[in-house]
Every structure is written in structure tokens, then in C-alpha cells.
Design a protein around this ligand. Structure first.
Ligand SMILES: [Zn+2]
Length: 110
């Protein structure tokens, strides 16, 4: 468990740093979006993409925090959907994931 705890802590540090670099730009982008009505669709799409990235980082940070909590209460490594075991290789790659691979697929398919 300690291995995953440090993986998650590293993850949180990286994400927090990313958030710090993206967040100020986010404010600028929001301003540009509201100020410029006549911009091209392409520019707007790119801005929204950046917006998505920031959103994603926030979500990942949430997941990392939840995962650390699961490490603490001993439920880490079990899928939050089906209760099955999440494979070690998957946790190594995506330590904050709350789902096993098959549940993740199901979720993504909607
Ligand atoms: Zn599952």
C-alpha cells in the first residue's frame, strides 16, 4: 500500500503543478471568450479545449484525493463499481483510478 501511497502523492504533486500553470491562463481565456464575439470558431474550440484540460486536472486531483482516502481505509485496489480487484499494472499506470478496466470501459461507453 505504501508504494501506491507514494505514487498517489507524486501524482498529486504533478497535477497541482499543472493546475498552477494552467489556472492563470484559464482566467485570461475566460475573459477573451466573453470579450470577443467575432472570433473564429477554431480559436474558440482551442480555448474550450484548454478549458477541458483544466477541468480534467481538477477531476484527476479529486480522484487522487479519493484514492488516498481509500489507501487509508484499506479499500484501495478494489473497484468502486463491481468490488473486483484492479490489476496491479493498471494501478501502476493510473494509480487514482476508482474502477477496474471492464467497469471503466462500461462507464466510457455510457
Ligand atoms: Zn469493476
Amino acid at each position: 500500500m505504501d508504494k501506491y501511497r507514494s505514487l498517489l502523492n507524486e501524482r498529486a504533486a504533478v497535477l497541482t503543478q499543472k493546475k498552477a500553470t494552467l489556472a492563470p491562463e484559464r482566467a485570461v481565456f475566460a475573459e477573451v471568450i466573453t470579450r470577443t464575439a467575432s472570433q473564429s470558431k477554431e480559436t474558440l474550440t482551442r480555448q474550450l479545449f484548454r478549458e477541458d484540460q483544466v477541468q480534467q486536472i481538477f477531476e484527476q486531483l479529486d480522484q487522487v484525493r479519493d484514492a488516498l482516502q481509500r489507501v487509508n481505509d484499506g479499500s484501495y485496489g478494489a473497484c468502486c463499481e463491481c468490488g473486483g480487484e484492479i490489476s496491479a499494472s493498471r494501478l501502476q499506470l493510473l494509480p487514482e483510478t476508482p474502477f477496474c478496466l471492464s467497469c471503466q470501459r462500461t462507464t466510457e461507453l455510457g
